[in-house]
Design a protein around this ligand. Structure first.
Ligand code: HEM
Length: 252
């Protein structure tokens, strides 16, 4: 696991950098990616072999499912495609929520009033819980209104995925500038979240700012938008809520 984390760290440093030369972050990231592929390949080989031999597996995992899927013409994924999905999911699903949770704890520590209010909400939820209930339920998580705002504010302030890549499918005109069809575009999310015309005091950590706010389309982007919206957005929020729920209740 530690070795995987090291490879991912280098990959992440270079993933949004420009391919300038052999010592650039981008070049190193591609090198680390090849290492990750070589870590995943034997896993895919082993699972494929089991499948070919019809060997029962104790537990079906994501690799097994990816080996099974077919498109509308019955075409299966090849090894490269399967490994691509595995590399991407581990990265997208692990680093991001861990990072934001870390920032949640930092902002909560720096803002004792917010901490107090968020803790009180959790304590109230637990108070009205049946005595024999173990752990938080989904219904309770839906009631964590203030905690949800704490997480949204952290997501916004940090904007972990600060930029995404797109390619213009047609000529696009924005404020008299033309982005020609086929051009690659970097879409910067962070300046949107830090724009004082959209958010009051955007650099302040203020979860209550969401009390009466219905963000206008395209102004809340920490989890992306449109067809490529983060597939793990609900899972990420669930993970972060559960972590903070236990942090508030079990630690001083
Ligand atoms: C706080 C946590 C997270 C943040 C901030 C985050 C952010 C994002 C953003 C901004 C995108 C859009 C990228 C783009 O438009 O090109 C994205 C896509 C994606 N995320 Fe997340 N994510 C988080 C957690 C997760 C988790 C937990 C998973 C999976 C378990 C996940 C899986 C994915 C996948 C698969 C995509 C690609 C979707 C596609 O291109 O169709 N993410 N994420």
């Amino acid at each position: 696991m530690e070795a995987l984390e090291r490879e991912y760290t280098t990959l992440n440093y270079g993933v949004r950098s420009t391919a300038i030369n052999q010592s650039s972050g981008n070049h190193k990231a591609l090198k680390e990616r090849r290492k990750l592929v070589s870590i995943f390949q034997p896993i895919v080989d082993e699972r494929r072999e089991r499948r070919n031999q019809n060997e029962p597996t104790e537990e079906k995992n994501m690799t097994d499912i990816l080996l099974e899927v077919e498109d509308e013409n019955g075409k299966e994924l090849n090894d490269e495609e399967i490994i691509d999905v595995l590399v991407m999911y581990l990265n997208a699903g692990h680093e991001s929520s861990g990072h934001i949770t870390m920032w949640d704890t930092v902002f909560l520590q720096e803002n004792p009033e917010v901490f107090k209010r968020a803790k009180a909400e959790q304590e109230a939820i637990v108070k009205s819980r049946p005595i024999d209930q173990k752990g938080a339920t989904l219904k309770e998580i839906m009631q964590m209104d203030y905690l949800s705002k704490v997480i949204d504010e952290t997501l916004c302030l940090v904007t972990f995925s600060f930029v995404v890549f797109r390619q213009a499918k047609a000529d696009v005109i924005i404020k008299s500038y033309t982005i020609p069809r086929g051009w690659k575009v970097l879409v910067w999310f962070r300046p949107v979240h830090l724009d004082p015309e959209i958010y009051n005091d955007p650099k302040e950590f203020n979860p209550s700012g969401y009390d009466d706010l219905t963000p206008k389309a395209g102004t809340f982007l920490p989890l992306g938008r449109g067809g490529r919206l983060c597939t793990g957005n609900d899972l990420a929020k669930l993970e972060m809520s559960l972590f903070l729920h236990h942090l508030f209740l079990d630690y001083e």
